[in-house]
Write a protein that binds this ligand. Sequence first.
Ligand code: CAA
Length: 283
Amino acid sequence: MNVQKIMVIGAGQMGSGIAQVCAQAGYRVLINDLKQEFVDRGLAVIKKNLSRQVEKERMTLEQMEEILSKLTPSTDLHDAKEVDLVIEAAVENMEIKTKIFSQLDEIAPPHAILASNTSSLPITEIAAATKRPEKVIGMHFMNPVPVMKLVEIIRGLATADEVYQTIEDITKAVKKVPVEVNDFPGFVSNRVLMPMINEAIFTLYEGVASKEAIDEVMKLGMNHPMGPLTLADFIGLDTCLYIMETLHEGFGDDKYRPCPLLRKYVKAGWLGRKTGRGFYIYE
Ligand code: CAA
């Protein structure tokens, strides 16, 4: 399938990164959010990232302008009427996502693929909110999107082979590596990552070591770029809790029980970098 125009829903950390890499690959991109100020903020982040590439002489000013010209701001979901692909990167909430997908199903042209960047919600359930479940798929980018190589592609129960193939081709076109997975809670990435982060929090909770020591062990001992507690702050502790709850509910196994300390931090509003405080304090 020939995809030329993409709408990215959500101009936050993930959405702006996805819009950036799609524009860099030459696609025309509508960057959509509820309010103009959210879209402007997302565009400003993209501009800052690209300016850095220009400063480092990896890109010319003309190339940057060309990429920016591919991006069109949008605050109206009805703009989806002229796109070939929607990549939804709104908040991780099933009610909100199903509402967006049922609206998109009415608005987007019949050939359009509806993809979700969800990090753990069932694609099959999101697809069931539409009359085109065969055209619904998971396209899970990693944070920070411009840097991380992986896109986990999740097949819902009804996802058509040609839809999977199109998304795999687009993933390669945006210079990422596709990995195919099936639709189970947490997919592969968060089913493996989040219990490790949760266990690191239990280790802190039980006083086995300090937060710095836990992070140092995993950074230097396992060659992870960030320790698990630093990574949890980077992802957002609310997101980590939400994913653990999805795993716990989905599998019903005690090994996925969120650590009480994680719950406590989230209740305190200490959500990590984005709020200036999580396991660490950020200026
Ligand atoms: N946006 C764009 N570029 C960024 C960036 C951002 N937010 N953060 C860092 N970079 C770029 C920097 O510009 C720099 O690029 P150059 O080398 O070209 O100058 C490069 O990344 C390295 O950055 P730094 O030197 O500042 O710092 P670093 O070497 O410590 O790397 C990092 C930063 C890439 C974030 C690295 O620490 C890392 O890989 N951390 C782990 C990230 C990770 O695990 N992500 C997955 C999270 S889980 C997820 O996303 C799924 C989910 O569903 C929860």
